[in-house]
Design a protein around this ligand. Structure first.
Ligand code: FA5
Length: 339
């Protein structure tokens, strides 16, 4: 046997002995580098042996290379499948992952929804990007009317808005149902160009709409009182205060007794810092305007209704005492973990 072939045979022997000694992934990696790497034995053979003058020699080196690859991958399979220190005990308990939870607002929405569903309301979701008709014109707010300025709306173009309230759902619901009765609670995202301790540019409202024969203000009061007691506690009360909305007549703001001073307006002989008067504003409400009933395709001579629209973040703040609405969206886990 020529010296070149002896060299090849020696590498085979060396490989066999190396494989016997390597029983780890790192060991296999090292052998790969030793034999097949840039400076490895195979490349050295190609560089040093006279393969140009002896083509058979080139083939022998390639065969050796194939052999090394096969042997290394066989050894790798043996290591990965053998019952040695590479395997692990699947019965050992894993590292516990911290559990997340629904966001505060999602929890509040769920709670609000459940209260109204228990009164027979149906949960709805209507568009948060809508046309001017559903958002304003059909709600008795004509173009150029000053009431449009109140809500600091984001207009996408002349006709499309990011809704600043959920009242657009009133017309959608009437179109959907076609005839009374209606008893819906529309909860959705709303947008206004506002930001401070009690306002965010994106917030949520829940909009109630009840339309049937002979619906009157006492029904509105009853529902409001039921919601206040269920959500805030049995000791809370509500009241109506005259207000103006284009889409309700008469219109009101609804107030709820303050939870901090129990509605007295005083805490230890000093005026309550949260409400100053014993009352906190919950949101708007009123009897649905006959023009809106007509625009929804119903006959205002045959039915009447009430509607209300309140902020989810605001009621949550009133319940929990969160002092700044922006904290709710700060994504600070230390704040969220408190609830
Ligand atoms: C309205 O949006 C009327 N659509 C409510 C209504 C519905 C009246 C049906 C009559 C009948 P108002 O602009 O007052 O009303 O907003 C209602 C509530 O939304 C407020 O009381 C407040 O709780 C909440 N809100 C308003 N703007 C923001 C804001 N930027 N950030 C957080 N909450 C807000």
């Amino acid at each position: 046997m020529g010296t070149n072939l002896i060299e090849i045979e020696n590498i085979k022997k060396e490989l066999a002995s190396d494989l016997k000694k390597s029983s780890s992934l790192e060991g296999i990696d090292m052998l790969k580098t030793k034999y097949l790497g840039k400076q490895g034995k195979i490349n050295i053979l190609f560089k040093t042996l006279p393969i140009k003058t002896d083509p058979k020699l080139g083939k022998k080196i390639n065969d050796l290379k194939d052999l090394i690859q096969t042997k290394l991958s066989e050894q790798l399979t043996t290591i990965l499948t053998s019952d040695n220190k590479m395997s692990f005990d699947v019965s050992i308990p894993g590292t516990p992952m911290p559990r997340g939870s629904l966001h505060l607002i999602s929890q509040a929405i769920e709670e609000i929804e459940n209260i109204f569903v228990s009164l027979g309301f149906v949960r709805r979701r209507y568009p948060e990007v809508d046309t001017d008709w559903y958002y304003a014109e059909g709600l008795n707010i004509p173009k150029g009317h000053p009431a449009r300025d109140d809500q600091e709306t984001f207009y996408l173009d002349d006709n499309i808005v990011l809704t600043a309230h959920t009242s657009n759902g009133q017309l959608h619901e009437m179109e959907l149902k076609k005839t009374p009765p209606i008893k819906m609670i529309n909860i959705g995202k709303t947008y206004r160009r506002q930001i401070d301790t009690t306002h965010t540019p994106m917030f949520h409202q829940f909009e109630g709409l009840v339309i049937d024969k002979d619906i009157n203000i006492t029904h509105l009061l009853g529902v409001t009182e039921y919601f206040a007691k269920s959500y805030f506690g049995q000791d809370r009360h509500t009241r109506l205060r005259p207000h103006h909305f284009q889409f309700t007549e008469p219109s009101f703001e609804i107030d709820i007794t303050c939870g901090v001073c129990s509605g007295s307006g005083m805490v230890e002989k000093t005026p309550c810092k949260v409400c100053k008067s014993g009352w906190l504003e919950l949101g708007g409400a009123g009897m649905v305007h006959p023009n809106v009933i007509k625009n929804g395709g119903f006959n205002p001579e045959e039915c009447s209704g009430f509607a209300f629209g309140w902020g989810v973040e605001r009621v949550l703040m009133m319940k929990t005492g969160i002092p700044d609405i922006r904290l709710i969206y700060s994504d600070d886990i230390r704040f969220l973990n408190q609830f």
